[in-house]
Ligand binder design. Structure first.
Ligand code: NAP
Length: 277
């Protein structure tokens, strides 16, 4: 008799998470005997509750705010990119041991390729706005794709400098600029990525002037609510190709699903619509 494969997302709070919807869509689509649920775990209970998941024979789980950084030290093994990023968002449990990965960079790159399959990052210039957790994953992924240079701008400049310094011998690839220079630096961009929370529903819009941005530059906002932020609407009006953040959210879930359930799932328009409802 085959046994149900169990997975989950842990966070605090967790009710807002779209992950159960995404994984249960795929479980249904591929006719698998599996389950995926959202589990609220307070930070002080993290270690004990994770041990419960191991004891209950879970295949693994996603970790979201506020557990992504703490999971690094709880994992026996962490993939190199998770160590560089300093955060684990996916855990695979094997032989009672926790193996950590970070799939945000995979989600980011594959979302770009979904829309622009021919875009080659090698030798290009990226302008990245923001230096939070998502920016860290994206910078690391861009470097993995042999980007030329990354112009990194953040309201709190020190956080951008910290990311640059953590890249060790690759730190020369990252050029930190002042947040106030965001309009002029765009002249250098082959791709512009907003990783700040500006433009998200309930937040102020990103205040930016795209006049000097080359018309061929891709513009990606990793925010997915709303689907098309002010930045993307402005870029579209300028004639630039635009890429919304919803695909990143779904693509980052794919390697986790593959690890637990054995199938690399597809990103379909039906799933995107479901997630946006
Ligand atoms: P985070 O670690 O909290 O970072 C937030 C970033 O936004 C920081 O760089 C912060 O700058 C900047 N910021 C916030 N308010 C600002 C303001 N008023 N002016 C200028 N900069 C401001 O968050 P995160 O985890 O990186 O997530 C960032 C956004 O990406 C969120 O909207 C999240 O929903 C989205 N996201 C999407 C995906 C996806 O799959 N599509 C994945 C991850 C995240 P300071 O450092 O100066 O505070």
């Amino acid at each position: 008799m085959s046994k149900t494969i169990k997975a989950a997302v842990i966070g605090h709070p967790i009710s807002h998470s779209k992950s159960p919807l995404i994984h249960n869509y795929w479980i249904g689509k591929y006719g698998l005997d599996g389950s995926y649920e959202a589990i609220d775990i307070a930070p002080e209970n993290l270690k004990a509750e994770v041990q419960n998941l191991i004891d209950q024979d879970y295949a693994g789980f996603n970790a979201t705010i506020p557990h992504k950084e703490a999971m690094i030290s709880l994992c026996e093994n962490s993939a190199h990119n998770a160590q560089v990023i300093g955060a684990v968002n996916t855990v695979v449990i094997k032989d009672g041991k926790l193996n950590g990965m970070n799939t945000d960079g995979f989600g980011f790159i594959n979302n770009i390729w979904d829309t622009c399959p021919d875009f080659d990052f090698q030798g290009k210039n990226a302008v990245v706005l923001g230096a939070g957790g998502a920016a860290r994953a994206i910078v690391s992924a861009l470097i993995g794709e042999e980007i030329g240079h990354i112009y990194l701008l953040n309201r709190t400049r020190e956080k951008a400098e910290m990311i640059r310094n953590e890249m060790g011998f690759l730190s020369d690839l990252i050029k930190v600029r002042d947040w106030g220079d965001r309009n002029t630096v765009l002249g250098k961009a082959d791709i512009l990525i907003n990783t700040t929370s500006l433009g998200m529903a309930g937040q102020a819009a990103l205040d930016i002037d795209l006049s000097v941005l080359p018309k061929t530059a891709l513009v990606n906002d990793i925010i997915y609510a709303p689907l098309y932020t002010d930045l993307l609407q402005q870029a579209k009006a300028c004639g630039n190709p635009v890429i919304a953040g919803i695909g990143m959210l779904i693509h980052q879930a794919r390697p986790a699903f593959k690890e637990w359930f054995g199938i690399m799932p597809d990103v379909t328009d039906e799933l995107k619509e479901l997630v946006l409802k």
